[in-house]
Design a protein around this ligand. Sequence first.
Ligand code: NAI
Length: 221
Amino acid sequence: MAKGSVSASVIRRLPRYYRFLRELGEAGVERISSGDLARRMGLTASQIRQDLNCFGGFGQQGYGYNVQSLYEEIGRILGLGSHRKAILLGAGNLGRAISQHMDFLSRGIELVGILDANPDLIGCQIGGITVQNVQTLYDFCTRVHPDVAILCIPKEAAMRLSRELVALGIKGFWNFSHYDLSLDYHGVVVENVHLGDSLSILCYHLSEMERNPEEDQHPES
Ligand code: NAI
């Protein structure tokens, strides 16, 4: 498998391949050509072949792709089979929604703790997990050793806590706070999520469509 050289845009497409392949498998499709997969996903066949060639191909001339094995391969490339422990900081509106509605286990992640600073929330149950006082963060992390921190806290709190979390062994941040965590820590990866950016991209495509009504827009590719 290619290491370190795969472009960010290819990596961003992998979860989408994974999702489509899972749905195809559930629908009983055993194999699929790159052309058919491309049509369903709104991509081109050559883009799919190029993307998958970054990891060694997987297709066979005249056969296409075996849906189940490609699904498993992409899951393996994404590292979804690993067992990682995550803590969530901030049991407010967003934190509650994420902890209750995200299917962590299918991504190899176990949500092991939820921490907050608000005394009214400490002790509450969210999805079977008791919200703990963020002041117990050190004790919790040295006992449970989580790998991932999900930040659903305000920007200032994320700025303050991120360094401490790295010192406590956190290797990956799924960061919803509007603080753009940068990669100034060796051996730590960050995925900053801004739903507002996604909405802005929708606005861009809508404006483009209004400016050029005759042109096809391909926001997904
Ligand atoms: P909220 O106010 O409902 O929840 C924030 C929670 O963080 C509160 O329960 C608060 O007690 C807790 N908190 C504050 N300081 C803390 C600390 N030092 N340690 C632990 N917990 C702490 O806010 P909401 O709506 O859940 O949003 C959370 C954050 O995410 C906000 O900063 C908001 O701007 C941001 N946000 C980001 C989005 C994105 O797409 N990235 C989308 C929506 C919200």
